[in-house]
Ligand binder design. Structure first.
Ligand code: SF4
Length: 272
């Protein structure tokens, strides 16, 4: 494994990532708690810990925990994580992937973003084809998968019903993403935004961090490559991709060559 092939430790017997939280980790219970918890985290590991125990959105807390208790029949014998999903990957990434939210029976089950669901299958197969992941599948935290120079984050950290967080939930969760990007952006050269949700969340986050986001804001589209000034100097390529949801992949709106072209561009401009 090279310095930029990143994986994470595993919780024995569960298939989950190692729990970043301890009994002393502060629990955010409302939007103010998220804001203050993110601002005072002080580093990526503590941020991940605080995200992982957040309870600020009552509807999403209930949903993620109900899904974890009810389960899907195919996973009836597996424990579900049932908590928010922190970012995963290199702490000093060259590229970032920004998605919408964890899947109810994917990340919400496995504890790792884009892991154990069909969207993740598509995403990791593409990352592997272009040389940004060491394996074509992402099954669970102990599967040996490693991102090469990359990190993945969700704009909203809890699985929402019907994959649709409310605007209030999106805004409540935003400080977690803002702080994570503030910490990792210095090394980032490319951001792949999955869908218009990931695109808009990235632009909002850059603006919140004080970056001079172009006006009018660049419009999302598959294959769009926009240059964004970073808040702390320098620029990144913001690359748009249709989300690899089954709605897009089953209908042919997103094909493997289309996704590979965006990922290959991310690899090229991030110089991984
Ligand atoms: Fe906390 Fe975000 Fe989950 Fe809301 S969506 S409970 S803010 S982690």
């Amino acid at each position: 494994m090279t310095a930029h092939e990143f994986t994470s430790p595993v919780t024995p017997g569960t298939g989950w990532p190692e729990d970043p939280a301890t009994p002393a980790t502060p629990v955010a219970r409302d939007a103010d708690g998220v804001r203050s918890g993110a601002a005072s985290a002080g580093g990526l590991h503590e941020l991940e810990a605080r995200v992982s125990v957040c309870r600020a959105c009552p509807r999403l807390v209930q949903w993620r925990e109900d899904v974890a208790a009810t389960k899907r029949r195919a996973y009836a014998d597996e424990p579900y994580w049932g908590r928010p999903i922190p970012g995963w990957g290199d702490p000093e990434p060259r590229f970032l992937i920004v998605g919408l939210a964890p899947a109810a029976h994917g990340g919400n089950r496995t504890g790792r973003i884009f892991t154990g669901d069909r969207s993740g299958d598509w995403l990791f197969a593409s990352l592997h084809r272009v040389g940004l992941a060491t394996q074509p599948t992402s099954l669970h935290a102990g599967d040996g998968q490693r991102l090469i120079g990359g990190r993945m984050v969700a704009a909203v950290r809890c699985a929402p019903p019907a994959n649709k967080p409310t605007t209030d939930e999106r805004d409540t969760c935003a400080p977690w993403l803002e702080e994570e990007l503030r910490l990792v952006l210095p090394s980032v050269r490319a951001i792949v935004a999955l869908g218009s949700y990931g695109w808009d969340a990235t632009l909002r986050t850059f603006a919140a961090l004080g970056a001079a986001v172009p006006k009018p804001r660049p419009k999302f589209g598959h294959g769009v490559d926009a240059t964004l000034p970073k808040p702390s100097g320098g620029t990144v390529h913001l690359l748009g991709s249709f989300h690899p949801s089954q709605q897009n992949t089953f209908t042919g709106r997103l094909t493997e060559p289309m996704l590979d072209a965006v990922m290959a561009r991310a690899k090229e401009v991030s110089d991984v």
